[in-house]
Every structure is written in structure tokens, then in C-alpha cells.
Design a protein around this ligand. Structure first.
Ligand code: MG
Ligand code: ZN
Length: 221
């Protein structure tokens, strides 16, 4: 068997499991988002502020992917009053559909409207592994620089929304938003774009409006 064939078989096995995950989520009426980013972009901050914003409208659960058995992020979610499950990838740099399949039954799916999956901090391989989520999100941040779409094109291609976090730092960092957006446009002209600050809350309402609309479409279906 050639190397290419083995890789293709792994990917198609992952895709089949991702479809099963999607079917399980759909059966419980849970809308799931897969949140990807480099380490430190603010995934957990985004999730915590999102919990606060949607709590009056939705019940939300979180799956935290981490390469080490530290529960720092999961503990923060639990402290915010929402169910959370930690996936320790055992050093692997991305989540895959099999890991999600093991985590899903540990959440009260019947009670949830929205599931947020925090992927491992990595801009490369999470894009290659479907999880079965209904929407894929990338969180970029101002200090990472405006050249990321040009350097890590793969992660931006299939996403539904792009968040640019830490806009409160724009006065202090050389970050050219039109250049950044042009890089995204070349890869994916469909993705919604939300510049925001998890620290100040600036721009956050537009993201929440988009998210609530997505969940609402599924509920009404
Ligand atoms: Mg985190
Ligand atoms: Zn990986």
C-alpha cells in the first residue's frame, strides 16, 4: 500500500465518524461550532464571553481540546456554569472525529442548544480533520500579524466565520486590516468577518447576532 493510500483511508475513516457525530448532534437539535486558532489568540476568552452573552437565550456546552491533561480552560467554563468536557489529545496537535465521538456522550446533549468545541491551538492540521460541527470558525488576533492568511492558507479555506480578536491593540501594533482581509478574500469570499475585542466587548454584538441566527435556523428547521 502506498503512503498516499494510507493517508486517504485515514481521512475517509475520519469523515465517516464526522458524519456520525453530525447525525448525533442533529438528533438532539444541537448546533455545533469548531473553534480553531493559534495558541493565545483568545479562543477561551471568546468562549467565556460568548457564554455570558448567549446564556439568556441558549444552553451551551463546551468541549475543550488540549494537548496536555491540564483542565485550566475546562475549569473556567465550568465556573461560568456551563457543562464542559476536556479532551486530552495525549500530545496530538489537533482534534479528530473519533476524539469528539468519545466526548459527545459525556455531555447532556438533550439539554443543549449549542456546542462549542475548542480545538487545539494550531493553525495547520485542525483544518484537515472534520469533526462533524455545523460551522467552522477561526479566531485570529491582532498581535499575530496581518500576514497569517498568506502563510497558513489551509485553515481559512473552509471556514464560515473569521473573528479578529484583540482589536483594542490596533493602536499599538502594525496590523493592516485591508491587507489581512484581502488574504482571506482570495481563499474564502464567503466567510463572515467579525473584528472584536474580548477584553472591551467592542464588536462582540455582531458575532453574537450571527451565532444566534445560525442556532435559530437549526431550531426552526
Ligand atoms: Mg484555550
Ligand atoms: Zn495535528
Amino acid at each position: 500500500m502506498t503512503k498516499v493510500t494510507i493517508v486517504e483511508e485515514i481521512m475517509s475513516a475520519n469523515d465517516r465518524l464526522a458524519e456520525q457525530n453530525r447525525a448525533l448532534l442533529d438528533a438532539h437539535g444541537v448546533f455545533a461550532i469548531n473553534v480553531m486558532a493559534s495558541p493565545g489568540a483568545g479562543k477561551t476568552s471568546l468562549i467565556l464571553r460568548t457564554i455570558t452573552a448567549v446564556a439568556p437565550h441558549l444552553t451551551l456546552g463546551v468541549i475543550e481540546g488540549d494537548t496536555a491533561p491540564v483542565t485550566i480552560d475546562a475549569d473556567k467554563v465550568l465556573a461560568a456554569g456551563m457543562p464542559a468536557v476536556q479532551i486530552n489529545t495525549g500530545g496530538s496537535c489537533h482534534l479528530d472525529a473519533a476524539m469528539l465521538a468519545k466526548a459527545l456522550p459525556q455531555l447532556p446533549l438533550a439539554d443543549l442548544d449549542l456546542l462549542v468545541v475548542e480545538n487545539v491551538g494550531n493553525l495547520v492540521c485542525p483544518a484537515g480533520f472534520k469533526l462533524g460541527a455545523h460551522a467552522n470558525i477561526v479566531v485570529a488576533s491582532v498581535p499575530e500579524g496581518d500576514d497569517k492568511p498568506y502563510k497558513y492558507p489551509g485553515i481559512y479555506r473552509g471556514i464560515d466565520a473569521l473573528i479578529l480578536n484583540k482589536t483594542d491593540l490596533l493602536p499599538y501594533v502594525d496590523f493592516n486590516i485591508p491587507y489581512f482581509r484581502q488574504g482571506i478574500e482570495l481563499l474564502n469570499s464567503e466567510a463572515a468577518f467579525f473584528p472584536l475585542s474580548c477584553k472591551t466587548g467592542e464588536g462582540f454584538a455582531a458575532w453574537i447576532e450571527w451565532l444566534l441566527a445560525k442556532v435559530g435556523v437549526m431550531r426552526d428547521a
